[in-house]
Design a binder for this molecule. Structure first.
Ligand code: F6P
Length: 521
C-alpha cells in the first residue's frame, strides 16, 4: 500500500510536531536501555535517535499497516519480490537463512567447488603455466561483483590466512588497470572475472585487457585456463569470451548483484580468509536472517533500523545519511552501502509503477573518523540541512595501542553527543551547534568475520524493510541503464579518430561540443 495512506503515517506527522528535543530525550535512562539490541557480537544502540516511546509505538503500527510481516515472509519464501524482473531475492539461502531454492543441490555443489578451488590455490597446488604456485589474485568485477568482496577482504586483513596478495580491478579507467597489474608476474597471477550478467562493459573490457596483458607477456594463449576463473549466471557468454567451462562458477538469477558476496562472488574472500573464515562470515549473516524472521519489530534490528530511517527521512526531514566508520579497516563501508542502499531504494515509482508522493532513499555518503572531523563535520554541526548518521566502532583494541583506541572511541562518542545535544554560546552565535541530529551507534565486539557478516546482513535487511514500507522494489536498478546506453554512440564518435560520423547529429549541442573538444588535437 501507499504508506502515506496508513493511519500511522498521519499520526507520525502530527507526532513529529510535538516531540521534545533530542537533547532532552537522551537524558532518560529507561529509554536508553530499551533502544539497545545485540546480535552476533554487534550492539546496535539507537538511543541517540530522535524518538520517544510514542514514536516507536506508532512506527510499529506503520509496519503493521504496511504489511511488513507478510513482506518478510514473502522474501524468505522465495516469492517474486523483484516484480519488474520476475525474480525472488534469495541471497539469504546462500548462508542458510532461507530455504534453498535448488533443493540442496546447486548451492552446496558451488560451495564445495569454491572450497576445493580456494584450498588448491592457497596450498600452492593450483599452479601457473610454468609450474609455479599462484602468488597474486586479481579480481575483476564492478558494483555488486566488486564492492562486497573488496570491503570484506580489506576489513578482515588481520584474519587473512594466506600469503596470497588479493587486489581488485573495477573501473574502466586505465589507471585502475595499471594499478592492479603493476608488479604482477603473469606466471603466478590468477584472474577472477566476476560478472552476474557477463555483459557489463567495464568488466568485459578489463578482462580483455588482462587477457592481452597475460598473452603479450607469456606468448602462451593455450595456458589461459591456468590463470582465469569466471563467476557468472551467463555461462555461455563466459565460454564465448574464452573461459574454460571447468573454470566457471555459477550464480543464479535469484541473487541480486549487490547481495551477492555470499555466493561465488565471495571467492576472493574465501581465498584470503580460508573456508572457515568465509563460513563464519556466512554464519554471522545467517544469525541476522533468523533474527529478522522471528523478532518483534521494536527489537528487530533491521526492521527497527528501517522504521527509524523512515521516521528520519519522511518526518524529520533528514536529507542524507552519513556513514561514519571509526575504524580504518572499514574505509570502504560507505562506498559499499552506497550501492546497497541507493541502488536498492533510490526509486520514484512504487511496485505497481505509480509515481510515489513521498521521499525515498536520500543520499548516503560518509568516511572514516577521525579524519572526517577535520573536514566535513563542520557542516554536520553547523550546516543548514538535517541529516542522520550511523557511527560504526569496534570495542576491542585489536592493535594493543590503548591510547589510540580510547581516543578513537572517545571521539566517536563525543561527535554523536554533540550531534544530539548541540551547544549554545550566549553571545557568540558563530559557536552555536544546533544538535538534534539522530544517530545510531553500532559497536562491533571485534572486527571478525561473524560480526562483519552480521553487520552487512543487517544493512541488507534494513534496505528490504525500508523498501517494503515505501512499497518500492528494492531489487531492480533500471535507472542505471540510460546513461550506460547513451555512452555507446558517444564512444563510437570518440573512437572514430576525428572522422565525422552520422551519429553526431543525434547529440545535443552541449554534448557534441564536448565530444569535439575531446577529439581535437
Ligand atoms: O550497473 C548496475 C549493475 O547492474 C549492478 O547492479 C551490478 O552489481 C553491476 O552492474 C555489475 O553487474 P554484473 O555483475 O552483471 O557485471
Amino acid at each position: 500500500m501507499n504508506p502515506t495512506e496508513a493511519d500511522a503515517w498521519e499520526e507520525l506527522a502530527r507526532h513529529s510536531k510535538q516531540l521534545p528535543a533530542l537533547s532532552e530525550l537522551v537524558l532518560d535512562e529507561q529509554r536508553t536501555a530499551n533502544l539497545r539490541h545485540t546480535i552476533a557480537g554487534c550492539l546496535f544502540d539507537f538511543s541517540k535517535q530522535h524518538v520517544d516511546a510514542n514514536t516507536l509505538r506508532i512506527l510499529d503500527r506503520l509496519a503493521a499497516e504496511c504489511g511488513l510481516v507478510d513482506r518478510i515472509d514473502a522474501l524468505f519464501s522465495g516469492d517474486e519480490v523483484n516484480r519488474s524482473e520476475g525474480r525472488p531475492a534469495l541471497h539469504s539461502a546462500l548462508r542458510g537463512g532461507a530455504a534453498d531454492p535448488t533443493s540442496g543441490k546447486e548451492i552446496a555443489a558451488v560451495r564445495r567447488r569454491m572450497s576445493e578451488l580456494s584450498d588448491a590455490v592457497r596450498a600452492g597446488q593450483w599452479r601457473g603455466y610454468t609450474g609455479k604456485p599462484i602468488t597474486d589474485i586479481v579480481h575483476i568485477g564492478i558494483g555488486g561483483s566488486h564492492l562486497g568482496p573488496e570491503l570484506v577482504v580489506r576489513a578482515l586483513d588481520d584474519h587473512k590466512t594466506t600469503h596470497l596478495n588479493v587486489v581488485f580491478l573495477a573501473n574502466i579507467d586505465a589507471n585502475d588497470l595499471h594499478k592492479a597489474l603493476a608488479g604482477k608476474n603473469p606466471e603466478t597471477t590468477l584472474f577472477i572475472v566476476a560478472s552476474k550478467s557477463f555483459g557489463t562493459l567495464e568488466t568485459k573490457v578489463n578482462a580483455m585487457s588482462a587477457r592481452s596483458w597475460f598473452i603479450e607477456r607469456t606468448n602462451a594463449p593455450q595456458h589461459i585456463d591456468q590463470h582465469f576463473i569466471g563467476i557468472t549466471t551467463n555461462l555461455q557468454a563466459a565460454s564465448e569470451f574464452g573461459l574454460n567451462p571447468d573454470n566457471l562458477l555459477p550464480m543464479w538469477d535469484w541473487v541480486g548483484g549487490r547481495y551477492s558476496l555470499w555466493s561465488a562472488v565471495g571467492l576472493p574472500i574465501q581465498l584470503a580468509l580460508g573456508t572457515d573464515g568465509f563460513n563464519n562470515l556466512l554464519a554471522g549473516a545467517c544469525e541476522v536472517d533468523q533474527h529478522l524472521a522471528s523478532t518483534p519489530f521494536l527489537s528487530n534490528v533491521p526492521a527497527l533500523s528501517a522504521l527509524l530511517a523512515t521516521w528520519n527521512y519522511n518526518f524529520l526531514g533528514a536529507g542524507s545519511l552519513a556513514v561514519l566508520s571509526y575504524d580504518e579497516r572499514l574505509t570502504l563501508l560507505p562506498e559499499y552501502l552506497q550501492q546497497l542502499e541507493m541502488e536498492s531504494n533510490g526509486k520514484s515509482v512504487d511496485v505497481d509503477g505509480n509515481a510515489v508522493n513521498y521521499h525515498t532513499m536520500p543520499i548516503l555518503w560518509g568516511g572514516t573518523g577521525t579524519r572526517g572531523q577535520h573536514a566535513y563535520h563542520q557542516l554536520l554541526h553547523q550546516g543548514t540541512q538535517a541529516f542522520a548518521a550511523d557511527f560504526i566502532v569496534v570495542r576491542e583494541d585489536e592493535r594493543g595501542l590503548k591510547e589510540h583506541h580510547d581516543w578513537l572511541l572517545a571521539n566517536a562518542l563525543g561527535q554523536s553527543k554533540a550531534m544530539a545535544e548541540g551547544f549554545s554560546a550566549e553571545d557568540e552565535p558563530y559557536r552555536d551547534v544546533a544538535g538534534n541530529h539522530p544517530t545510531t551507534t553500532v559497536v562491533l565486539d571485534e572486527l571478525g568475520p561473524r560480526q562483519l557478516g552480521a553487520l552487512l546482513a543487517v544493512y541488507e535487511h534494513k534496505v528490504f524493510c525500508q523498501g517494503s514500507i515505501w512499497n518500492i522494489n528494492s531489487f531492480d536498478q533500471w535507472g542505471v541503464e540510460l546513461g550506460k546506453n547513451l555512452a555507446i554512440p558517444i564512444y563510437e564518435q570518440l573512437a572514430s579518430n576525428g572522422h565525422a560520423s552520422d551519429l553526431e547529429h543525434r547529440n545535443d549541442p552541449a554534448t557534441q561540443g564536448l565530444i569535439d573538444y575531446l577529439r581535437s588535437d
